[in-house]
Write a new protein. Structure first.
Length: 150
């Protein structure tokens, strides 16, 4: 009988960017334990996967990632990060790029993601990860492009 893996030790993320990089590395490597070590341990943790409903609580978020990553990691990268940070909270909006192999060949899916990080005694932790499919106009803006808020 296989012994269950012990939970991963908490990862100390000194910045929200550190937490984000470690989160996506763990996703690409299919390491649910490492990924969940970056989440707040809280019943208010929130995750929405593309096309899915709201998942609330750390245990439910873990179960969703265990199902998604059961066959291995997801080849994901990200760019076009827009950051808003205050003393104890950071919000990152970015474009995820997921490589998909199919009968028609290799393609890249673009997703819009919003990640919310909270500063805790154990470093920065993910509190919210919300992802949806990107539209045709959701491309990284040129560096000099003005931004418009609504």
């Amino acid at each position: 009988m296989a012994r269950p893996k012990p939970p991963a030790a908490p990862t100390i993320a000194l910045t929200p960017e550190d937490a984000e990089a470690a989160f996506y590395e763990a996703m690409a490597g299919g390491d649910v334990g490492r990924m969940m070590a970056l989440w707040v341990d809280d019943e208010d943790a929130l995750c929405v996967h593309p096309g899915g409903g709201r998942i609330v609580g750390t245990a439910a978020v873990r179960a969703s990632y265990e199902a998604i990553l059961a066959d291995g990691g997801i080849p994901v990268s990200y760019d076009a990060v827009h950051r808003l940070q205050r003393a104890e909270v950071a919000v990152h909006h970015l474009i995820e790029r997921v490589v998909v192999d199919s009968a028609r060949g290799r393609s890249e899916l673009r997703m819009l993601a919003t990640n919310v990080y909270l500063k805790t005694p154990l470093g920065w932790r993910i509190a919210v990860h919300h992802v949806t499919a990107a539209g045709p106009d959701d491309r990284p803006p040129p560096e000099a492009a003005p931004t418009t808020l609504h």
